[in-house]
Design a protein around this ligand. Structure first.
Ligand SMILES: NC(=O)c1ccc[n+]([C@@H]2O[C@H](COP(=O)([O-])OP(=O)(O)OC[C@H]3O[C@@H](n4cnc5c(N)ncnc54)[C@H](OP(=O)(O)O)[C@@H]3O)[C@@H](O)[C@H]2O)c1
Length: 323
């Protein structure tokens, strides 16, 4: 039986990966910490290892380590650095495996239209910490075969990243930050298939891959598709210029500091939100791994709506949307 150690399995991406590995008959170890919510793991035949990755670790020997854990919404630079750089350092130092699959992000490369060869110029604390994590792991490539994966925005059940956008659109409001923004996106089911392909494929050792849908989408187009899924014809357009986003983020951050808590919407997030493009090409993954995203975007966005509604996160009558 092939064995894997998955970090971040209590979170969105890692829990889908653990499910896929169990489905395929793998023996799965998952790191959890005392504070982890075990909702996605409860009742599943995974073997738990108590570990906070910010501290030095001892790990069992497995075939593949999937280092998925990371801090995507930190309050301070230190949160990001400890969660994305230090945790990766401890994981690669302790890993005893035939393959180490490291989940990074296109935020490590930075905005624009990028691929695996693009120079890395991250624009946020999150992106800089993901790049630091990659570099730390990469130092060990002579000892452990390493594959680095850089997804763009990931969506699918168990994620609340698009919830505010769905809520606004369901409520008849269509907020548009800046103009003509374009993004890459990948459905979590496609992403975890790509992670498995990266673990199993000889050609993936020592390589970096962007895993994304072949198509890219304008933000306006994404919102149209979500409105279609919701079954709403129109929504009131609220154009928010980039400079207003930056200004509001600064005010929110300063106010947050004053009361001792930095909000999630802060200068760092605004630096990401106001970029004209976060687009990457998955051509290399298709060429070397035969991987291609398969979930049609409209189907994925509709599933997302159904999940939000089922979870009670979005007050919405699914029958209105014909679900
Ligand atoms: N979601 C996206 O759109 C996206 C896009 C590109 C890349 N990524 C990358 O994909 C990975 C997973 O993201 P996600 O969206 O699944 O995030 P998530 O839902 O917030 O899950 C994060 C996971 O990491 C674990 N973790 C964080 N710090 C830890 C620590 N110090 N020790 C042990 N576990 C720790 C969390 O454990 P607890 O349950 O204990 O908190 C949780 O299981 C991250 O590396 C992220 O950078 C995500």
């Amino acid at each position: 039986m092939t064995s894997a150690l998955v970090t971040g399995a209590t979170g969105f991406v890692g829990s889908h990966l653990a499910d896929l590995l169990l489905d395929r008959g793998w023996r799965v170890f998952c790191t959890v910490r005392r504070t982890s919510k075990l909702r996605w793991l409860d009742g599943k035949p995974v073997e738990r290892i108590d570990a906070d990755l910010r501290l030095p670790l001892e790990l069992p020997e497995v075939d593949v380590v999937f280092h998925v854990a990371g801090v995507v919404r930190g309050e301070t630079v230190e949160d990001y650095r400890r969660g994305n750089w230090l945790a990766s350092k401890h994981m690669i130092e302790a890993a005893r495996c035939r393959r180490f699959v490291h989940v990074s992000s296109i935020a490590a490369v930075g905005p624009g239209c990028v691929n695996e060869g693009s120079p890395c110029r991250p624009v946020s604390d999150y992106g800089r910490s993901k790049l630091e994590g990659e570099r730390e792991v990469w130092k060990h490539r002579d000892r452990v075969p390493i594959t680095i994966l850089r997804p763009p925005v990931v969506y699918g059940a168990r994620d609340e990243g698009l919830l505010e956008m769905y809520r606004a659109l369901a409520g008849g409001l269509r907020p548009e930050v800046g103009r003509g923004k374009r993004i890459s996106i990948v459905h979590v089911r496609d992403l975890v298939e790509g992670m498995l392909a990266a673990a199993e494929h000889e050609a993936a050792a020592g390589e970096i891959f962007c895993l994304a849908n072949a198509d890219t989408y304008g933000m306006a187009e994404m919102m149209e598709m979500i409105l279609d899924a919701i079954g709403r014809r129109r929504a009131l357009r609220l154009s928010i210029p980039d400079r207003v986003v930056r200004f509001l983020a600064g005010v929110a951050e300063d106010a947050g500091r004053f009361v001792g808590r930095v909000p999630m919407f802060n200068r760092d997030k605004a630096a990401e939100m106001t970029q004209p493009a976060w687009v990457c090409s998955a051509a290399k993954a298709e060429r070397l791994l035969g991987w291609r995203a398969r979930v049609p975007i409209r189907e994925g966005l509709r599933e997302m709506l159904e999940w939000y509604a089922r979870e009670g996160l979005l007050t919405f009558d699914l029958r209105k949307a014909g679900c």
